[in-house]
Design a protein around this ligand. Sequence first.
Ligand SMILES: NC(=O)c1ccc[n+]([C@@H]2O[C@H](COP(=O)([O-])OP(=O)(O)OC[C@H]3O[C@@H](n4cnc5c(N)ncnc54)[C@H](O)[C@@H]3O)[C@@H](O)[C@H]2O)c1
Length: 312
Amino acid sequence: MRTLVTGAQGCIGSWVVRRLIEQGHEVVTFDVNESLARLEMISSPEIVAKADRRVGRIEETETVKKLIRDEEITHIVHLAAVLMPFCQKNPVQGGLINVIGTLNIFEAARDLGKQTRIVYASSSAVWGPTDEYGEGPLTEDLPLKPATHYGVFKAANEGNARNFYSSDGISSIGLRPWTVFGPGRDAGLTADPTLAMRAVARKQPFQMRLSGHMDLQYVRDVADIFIQCLFSETPGAHVFNLRGEVVEMEQLRRMLDEIRPGAAQLISVSGPEVPVAYRMSDEALVKTVGEIPRTPLREAIVETIEKFEQLG
Ligand SMILES: NC(=O)c1ccc[n+]([C@@H]2O[C@H](COP(=O)([O-])OP(=O)(O)OC[C@H]3O[C@@H](n4cnc5c(N)ncnc54)[C@H](O)[C@@H]3O)[C@@H](O)[C@H]2O)c1
């Protein structure tokens, strides 16, 4: 058994690599970025040393196919992607990495001619803005109305995954995180809750560039859910929402102040809401893979701030 993690130097990827290695799995990492800085930040040197590292571009078909074939990969966690706002400004580059890159993973698995488990990151960005939907929780059977190129790319990946199952029998699970937060989150539009926690730890001012509601999901839980899905052996092409705790950004600012008094003076909130509906149900996920980790939001924020305090 050998697991490939793409986008392994990223926020979720570093945690997936750490947790897989802690559980005794063999891990091959793949990323365009050579740095292991995030993994080094969250793991011991022993864990870092066990990551078998490969550097390359996910959109290069032959590179990806050769890697998966030569390394005798049996399981894939596919996370490599570019985020918002990059995709909105660079849709061609975004499409190559996010859509062609994902096709490369599935086609490489197909070419192996045996069952390769794939779990990939979709996104809550496949939903449109909140006012496109009713008051009820968003379930996976509702129509997707993505309002960004990034969301459209993720919706395309979900459709392609369904086709790889119906045409070639490749089973997969796509997971739709909303805002992942915790140590290692520093990139993308929704990194601000984590950057605010880091600023509180460093006693520095920080202006959050987004307001309104976000569904905050702790990165360690998210990584563990990816791994739970990877080994679930559920046949079919599934897509599931992930759900954490929905908070309004002013409410987050008050929570930070309760946890570290004085934080409210450091953190300010302004800017637009993220154009993505946030009332997601995760019932279908739990029904399929069983109960999932759910660190309470306050506990996860405390852990995150403490980690940033240790790091200085
Ligand atoms: N973080 C979130 O809140 C969130 C929410 C929804 C979906 N997602 C999805 O989860 C996945 C991981 O997100 P993350 O927060 O860890 O992002 P991240 O930016 O921290 O990590 C993405 C990784 O992909 C790598 N990458 C980018 N272009 C590449 C290329 N051409 N070839 C190979 N590697 C490349 C980057 O170097 C980076 O290490 C992504 O697919 C993202 O769309 C994340």
